[in-house]
Write a protein that binds this ligand. Structure first.
Ligand code: FAD
Ligand code: NAD
Length: 479
């Protein structure tokens, strides 16, 4: 069969968060674009990641609210969960957002969209079953998939991942989860609230990369809702059992469940791309890239989850796409390499459990290791009037800064933590120091007042010291 040949400015492989943002940016700047997508437009975030998980979390939250009114004088009731209707809600949310990522929309922007697997033919050409594309630049944005940890028996045991849990036949009676990371905790809590028993295991402490005291608040909250944790533990084997599945721990304990969810990290989607033919270096953590996302082949770039040690979040993929568009179309080549870097020490993240856990930059331990002398300020929600009124006072905010007030990182656990961390993200992105976080008026009563209070506590000792009291006394004489 003769293949259709395109010669374009930019060829993007993968129509997920990273690929779509690059393709739409380039097309809207009048560049010729070919976009390959082998599966669903929108990739992981829309179809099997952020969107369905947040929709499932919302359903769990609605169920939980029916059990949690006693403190307000409202009689708790056991929620009646229609799991088929919950799944229909999740599907409906995906369908509502899908047009923004659709083939029609991208063709409308001027992209040529080819719904086939793409692989490199040589250093300058990519091909699929029907098409061959030569491009000035290629962007590999093929994302990642759930990785299967090397646990004996796992490959012979039926298990769920983020790719099929949102369409699982029935509500799991007892969901066993391998991995106490963001996926394990978000979905573990959602399924618990919808009526499943849930047991989460991990080889390490849950959320090991987060601020430890904040990770503990989150784990305790889930335990109080009935989620069981076993961590850190080593898994000896996993097997199919009469009623579902069993996990055998090194300690000899056997955990039995009806379903198993594997949420133990991701592996980059590189197989099948024939990267060797394109001279693109990669390993099991992803495609090797420079800070400007350029691979070992100077006309090929990688963005999103597939870029080694750079991805993992939808907004990181979006950040990569912005850096690429800036580099390709707003800078001369040499400057672009220097000024359009996608690396940042200010990537925020949030876990959308209840309480939420938001973070940015360094934890206190990392900051002490990297910077030696650091100063830490805290404010707890039990001193926040809105949290008290809503009887939801668990958690608080912690900000880590240099002695001169440059913010190095922050962590917030509690209701709205993801939104609260936005303020710190804004400050860090604009070089605003601790002092700047005290210099705005925060509406009362909001949970985000906690930012101003934490920052204000930096000055408490100095403000009410004997020296300032003396100064205030002196000025008072003139009034
Ligand atoms: C359950 C879950 C919840 C999540 N929640 C959040 C969240 O709340 N917030 C957040 O920021 N992040 C979240 N994430 C992470 C987020 O989904 C990913 O970081 C993001 O989707 C990565 O985007 P990407 O463009 O790199 O890859 P993807 O979205 O995976 O897109 C890659 C696309 O490339 C296609 N493809 C692969 N190989 C080829 C090929 N050879 N030819 C053609 N097409 C190909 C794939 O089919 C896919 O559509 C979550 C992830 C999961 C699993
Ligand atoms: N709210 C969000 O932003 C959000 C939500 C979900 C997922 N995500 C992203 O999706 C990606 C995947 O999330 P994840 O939770 O799968 O990954 P993760 O890597 O963050 O966590 C995986 C967990 O599995 C554990 N683990 C690994 N091997 C194990 C084994 N053999 N036995 C027991 N435990 C084991 C690890 O110790 C770790 O705690 C991440 O990049 C994450 O940032 C983000």
């Amino acid at each position: 069969m003769t293949k259709t040949l395109y010669n374009v400015d930019i060829c993007v492989i993968g129509a997920g968060s990273a690929g779509l943002s690059v393709a739409s940016g380039a097309a809207q700047l009048g560049r010729s674009v070919v976009l390959f997508e082998a599966e669903d437009m929108g990739g992981d975030c829309l179809n099997t990641g952020c969107v369905p998980s947040k929709a499932m979390i919302a359903a769990g939250k609605a169920a939980h609210a029916q059990t949690a009114g006693k403190v307000f004088g409202i009689k708790p009731v056991k929620p009646k969960v229609d799991f088929e209707a919950v799944k229909a809600h999740v599907k409906g949310v995906i369908e509502t957002i899908a047009p923004v990522d659709s083939q029609e929309r991208f063709e409308g922007l001027g992209c040529t969209v080819i719904r086939e697997y793409a692989r490199f033919k040589d250093t300058k050409t990519i091909e699929s079953d029907t098409t061959e594309v030569i491009a000035k630049r290629f962007v590999i944005a093929t994302g990642s998939r759930a990785s299967a940890p090397p646990i004996p028996g796992l490959s012979e045991t039926p298990y769920l991942t983020n790719e099929n849990i949102f369409t699982v036949d029935s509500l799991p009676k007892h969901l066993l989860v391998i991995g106490a990371g963001p996926i394990g905790l978000e979905l573990g809590q959602a399924f618990r609230r919808l009526g499943s028993d849930v047991t989460i295991i991990d080889v390490s402490e849950p959320l090991g990369r987060s601020e430890p005291e904040h990770a503990k608040v989150l784990v305790k909250a889930l335990e109080e809702e009935g989620v069981t944790f076993r961590a850190p533990v080593t898994t000896k084997a996993v097997r199919k059992s009469e009623n579902g599945v069993e996990i055998e721990l090194e300690s000899g304990e056997i955990l039995s469940g009806s379903h198993l969810l594997v949420a133990a990290g991701r592996k980059p989607s590189v197989s099948g791309l024939n990267l060797e033919a394109a001279n693109v270096q990669y390993d099991k953590r992803g495609i090797e890239v420079d800070p400007d996302l350029r691979t070992s082949n100077k006309r090929i770039y990688a963005a999103g989850d597939v870029a080694k040690d750079m991805g993992g979040l939808t907004h990181a993929a979006g950040h990569h796409a912005s850096a690429l568009i800036k580099n390709f179309y707003f800078m001369p080549p040499a400057l672009g390499r220097l000024l359009a870097k996608a690396t940042t020490d200010r990537m925020p993240a949030a876990i959308y459990s209840e309480p939420e856990l938001g973070s940015i930059g360094l934890t206190e331990a990392q900051a002490r290791k990297d910077h030696g002398d650091v100063k830490v300020v805290h404010w707890a929600f039990d001193e926040n009037d809105r949290a008290i009124a809503e009887r939801n006072t668990q958690g608080g905010l912690k900000i880590v800064a240099t002695p001169k007030g440059k913010i190095l990182g922050a962590s917030c656990v509690g209701e709205g933590a993801g939104d609260i961390i936005q303020l710190i993200s804004l400050a860090m992105a604009n070089g605003i120091k601790i002092r700047g976080l005290t210099a705005f008026i925060s509406p009362y009563p909001t949970r985000s007042e906690i930012v101003k209070r934490a920052a204000g506590s930096w000055y408490t000792d100095a403000l009410f010291s004997p020296k300032t009291k003396k100064l205030a006394g002196f000025f008072a004489k003139f009034h």
